[in-house]
Design a protein around this ligand. Structure first.
Ligand SMILES: NC(=O)c1ccc[n+]([C@@H]2O[C@H](COP(=O)([O-])OP(=O)(O)OC[C@H]3O[C@@H](n4cnc5c(N)ncnc54)[C@H](O)[C@@H]3O)[C@@H](O)[C@H]2O)c1
Length: 315
């Protein structure tokens, strides 16, 4: 199923929408692939499988999904993969904080040069919309809650820097070359296929694996810190609404709009807790102001944290 640096043409109906997803074998990307195929898109995934998995996409038929194994930070001419596409979702990135501190150059090359290659390629073809997966890490340790798109940018680690430079590139290309680009600042996304095996997994991933292995849930600090958790199904529904909307050249927060403490998450998982030292540099609280996306895109999240965790634990 994997094709190296080569795309076969879909047997094409001109009216079938075609979407490209960079990073489509990853957690969020593969959930997006499922949904787009479900609503009738033909999908091409560009992924180098550095963290993505072939098994995340194994359920799809060749007629609906093409997979190209490629490193977008090395692929010089991505335009050839984008030809005939209506939408590009650029999700490919190295996405962990601690490794980015250990290896900033690798993160810079992968996330910044990768994004530059994607917009350069997209510039050469006519697409309806390009969506960039930006990150709420650009707000660092915010001062006001819920945090809006107009709040201060406060970059605390190389991962946040590379994702923010990526957003700047995408938005500059939108204004310089009149490209239909949108940047969405994802908050804490959770749901099926979340990475639970990495030593750098975030809280939800850790809790799932600890619960599975009947270990105590490790709570950082006093557990009173909060995060804005958005279920991947809600996030994917926002991505689809964004491509259907007329909005271009805009930045939106994408979260649940609610903040939930880690102690509350632990309680919903159930079981024993083990407190571990606070990690300096991490924000105390995080909560997205989602008024802009609600109003302009006519989207709202539907899955409560209680329901989302129940779904996760049922798997
Ligand atoms: N998960 C979250 O809570 C969250 C929050 C904010 C932003 N984001 C952003 O959303 C996107 C997806 O995140 P995710 O959680 O699904 O991570 P993930 O690691 O599961 O997915 C990233 C995918 O990109 C691929 N990839 C990485 N570098 C590549 C390259 N150079 N060429 C081709 N493919 C490459 C990986 O193999 C993987 O399939 C990322 O851009 C991330 O920065 C995620």
């Amino acid at each position: 199923m994997i094709e190296k640096l080569k795309i076969k043409k879909f047997s094409n109906n001109v009216n079938t929408p075609k979407s490209i997803i960079t990073g489509g074998a990853g957690f969020i990307g593969s959930n997006l692939v499922d949904h787009l195929i479900n609503i009738g898109h033909k999908v091409v995934v560009l992924d180098n499988f550095v963290s993505g998995k072939k098994s995340n996409l194994a359920q799809h038929k060749k007629k609906d999904l093409k997979i190209v194994k490629i490193d977008i930070s090395k692929g010089k001419n991505l335009a050839k993969y984008f030809k005939g596409a209506d939408y590009i979702f650029h999700l490919a990135a190295l996405a962990q904080i601690i490794p980015s501190i250990k290896n900033p150059k690798k993160y810079y090359k992968n996330n910044v040069i990768g994004t530059l290659n994607v917009v350069e390629g997209a510039k050469k073809v006519k697409i309806k919309k390009l969506i960039y997966a930006a990150s709420a890490s650009c707000y660092g340790t915010p001062k006001s809650f819920p945090t809006s798109e107009k709040d201060k940018i406060d970059l605390r680690h190389p991962y946040a820097v590379t994702k923010f430079i990526g957003e700047e590139i995408v938005m500059r290309y939108a204004s310089m070359f009149n490209m239909p680009n949108i940047s969405l600042r994802f908050f804490n996304v959770y749901g099926p296929r979340l990475d639970i095996l990495s030593q750098y997994s975030a809280v939800m991933g850790n809790f799932i694996s600890q619960k599975k292995n009947k270990k105590p849930l490790t709570v950082v600090g006093d557990g009173k810190q909060t995060r804005d958790f958005i279920h991947v199904d809600d996030l994917v529904s926002a991505l689809v609404k964004v491509i259907q909307s007329k909005s271009v050249n805009k930045i939106y927060n994408l979260g649940s709009g609610k903040r939930t403490s880690i102690n509350t998450i632990a309680k919903l998982f159930g079981g024993k807790k083990k407190f571990i030292p606070f990690r300096p540099g991490e924000p105390k609280n995080s909560q997205a102001n989602i008024l802009k996306i609600k109003k302009e895109i006519n989207w709202k999240p539907k899955i409560s944290i209680e329901e989302g965790i129940k779904k996760l634990l049922k798997r």
